[in-house]
Design a protein around this ligand. Structure first.
Ligand code: LIP
Length: 280
């Protein structure tokens, strides 16, 4: 499957299978959200949580997709945490965050989601972000637009920082330099924009930009599985996704900026103090 020009994929079939699986895994997440005594472990010594639901949902998605499409590959948050390599090749590859916003899930704060994308020849082809607690299903297929619960969505089109509602995150890293950069950016932006918000989930922040509820989002320290679906959903909704310093996004660089217009993306990139986390 490495000859991309010759490759013909029936993406509708991929989409139908993944949508069904995502909805049923969403029910599992929803049924466990209000239980405040979840089994929680900490990954990588940071305040980076994983629950048995993250692991179970990733397993269910990978098993279901493998059964339907045996030659497809996977990059899953929990598989990578357990030692698998985040290898993005030309083969059809599903990029999975089983529970994006795990910290929210642990606290029963109803802003977490499944984020799943299919890349074919390294091109985002399908993107789904599903928050089962709020019943928000964001979907996109390449070239077919972006949707929220089946209704077409578009970005706000906002061009000026002075008119913008910006999503930014505090993250889970305890690195003092990263903390300094986050606070510096908060200080710089606060007097210049309408407002700053943080939902605690990269995917949901990107979904807010896609549906025009927010105008831009940036973050340092995310991973490819946090942003893979959001990238397609924002671009199919008419927005842009770039590197926070400007220029093309590098999906393994752990840096992202999504915006409702190229003009806003560039203005924001110019303002930001930059931070370069260790790559995936
Ligand atoms: C989370 C991201 C969020 C970021 C957190 C964490 P997880 O992903 O969605 O944007 O600030 O540090 O990376 O761990 O909940 O899948």
């Amino acid at each position: 499957m490495s000859d991309c020009s010759a490759q013909k994929c029936n993406t509708d079939e991929f989409y139908n299978v993944v949508l069904k699986l995502t909805k049923s895994c969403g029910e599992l997440i929803k049924s466990r959200t209000s239980n405040r005594s979840k089994k929680v472990e900490t990954k990588s010594g940071a305040i980076d949580f994983v629950t048995e639901t993250d692991q179970e949902v990733e397993k269910l998605l990978i098993e279901g997709l493998t059964e339907a499409f045996p030659d497809h590959k996977f990059i899953g948050e929990e598989s990578v945490s357990s030692g698998a390599h985040a290898d993005l090749t030309d083969a059809p590859t599903w990029i999975i965050d089983p529970v994006d916003g795990t910290m929210n899930f642990v606290h029963s704060f109803p802003h977490s989601c499944i984020s799943i994308a299919l890349f074919v020849c390294k091109v985002p082809t399908i993107g789904i972000i599903y928050n089962p607690m709020l019943g928000q299903l964001f979907t996109a297929q390449r070239g077919k637009g972006a949707y929220l619960n089946g209704e077409r969505i578009t970005v706000s089109g906002t061009k000026n920082l002075s008119d913008a509602l910006i999503m930014m995150e505090f993250g889970t890293s305890r690195d003092p330099e990263k903390r300094r950069v986050i606070l510096e950016n908060q200080q710089k932006l606060m007097p210049q924009v309408h407002g700053l918000r943080a939902l605690g989930s990269a995917a949901l922040n990107m979904a807010m930009v896609a549906c025009g509820a927010a105008d831009a989002y940036f973050e340092y320290g995310i991973h490819i599985w946090d942003i893979a679906a959001g990238e397609l959903i924002i671009t199919e909704a008419g927005g842009v996704v770039i590197d926070p310093a400007g220029g093309q996004v590098d999906r393994l660089s752990r840096r992202v900026l999504g915006a409702s217009s190229q003009e806003l993306a560039e203005q924001l990139a110019k303002e930001l103090t930059q931070f370069y986390p260790e790559r995936d």
